[in-house]
Design a protein around this ligand. Structure first.
Ligand code: ATR
Length: 254
């Protein structure tokens, strides 16, 4: 999606994948700095490990202690995190707002963390975090309370009836047809979001469809974290629809 967007805007650049090992990380950064590389994405398992080699961090990256986008600046390499902002933008693109909403997040890993924090920042009225390992949910809840003291956060199954938005931020449903949510919690949700994009229809989304609950998969989150990264690197508006088409063609080849 990046190379086609660069081409569309007439920018003489390409986006290339590099497979690296941890010991190569500082050398690669030096090599990139000496060449005309303007920026790059960094993914698992180096989102935290790259931080000591960067010169500055955006507020979001600092808060999350996790970086997925790096840009060459006059002050050196600057690290950003577009996962949370990309998630919020993907919601907006689908006419979903979390402001004033009661949000249930399943999971407490890296993805759940960026989602939970960004949701707190845009003013969710309440956040509930459920995770297989309860201690990790408690750590994330404490972090959110520190960042956004006005957002009530809990880590046990909610008793009240309605949940405005339920988000699966675990990998459950990616490799098999398991579902991370009980039927009861699915039925009580007004909107279900699965951050998994492959398969496009997880068991959770099929359960939501059977109950006619509005739902969305994770493709737009993937798209918009890329859109935000593209805009950071180029200081230009990204050709979103072209990027979406390109992404869909590679994620869902016929
Ligand atoms: P990511 O950075 O992609 O979020 P992660 O940090 O490994 O990946 O987090 C994966 C999340 O999925 C965690 O919340 C994990 O729960 P635990 O903290 O208990 O490990 C959750 N997860 C993964 N497999 C699961 C399963 N089979 N059942 C329930 N939760 C699962």
């Amino acid at each position: 999606m990046h190379s086609i967007a660069l081409q569309e805007l007439g920018i003489n650049a390409v986006y290339l994948p590099f497979l690296i090992s941890e010991d190569q990380l500082p050398h690669l950064l030096d090599a990139f700095y000496l060449t005309r590389v303007q920026g790059f994405n960094i993914t698992l398992p180096f989102k935290e490990k790259i931080i000591p080699f960067l010169d500055t961090l955006s507020e979001e990256a600092k808060m999350l202690q996790s970086v997925n986008t790096v840009k060459k600046t006059e002050e050196g390499w600057k690290g950003y995190n577009t996962d949370g902002s990309g998630f919020i933008r993907s919601l907006a693109a689908n006419d979903i707002s979390v402001t004033g909403k009661k949000v249930l997040i399943i999971g407490a890993g890296g993805a759940a963390k960026s989602i939970a924090i960004s949701i707190a920042m845009v003013g969710a009225s309440e956040i509930i975090i459920l995770n297989r390992s309860r201690d990790k949910a408690d750590v994330l809840a404490a972090m959110i309370s520190q960042i956004s003291s006005s957002t009530p956060v809990s880590t046990s199954t909610p008793r009240a009836h309605k949940i405005d938005i339920t988000i699966n931020a675990t990998s459950v449903g990616m490799k098999d047809d398991s579902s991370p949510l009980s039927d009861d919690l699915i039925k009580r949700s007004e909107q279900i979001i699965d951050i998994i994009y492959n398969p496009a229809q997880t068991t959770l989304l099929k359960q939501a469809a059977a109950l006619s609950i509005p739902r969305m998969n994770g493709l737009d989150m993937l798209l918009y974290q890329g859109v935000e990264a593209f805009e950071i690197w180029t200081d230009r508006k990204a050709p979103v629809e072209l990027m979406r088409k390109s992404l869909m063609a590679s994620v869902y080849p016929c």
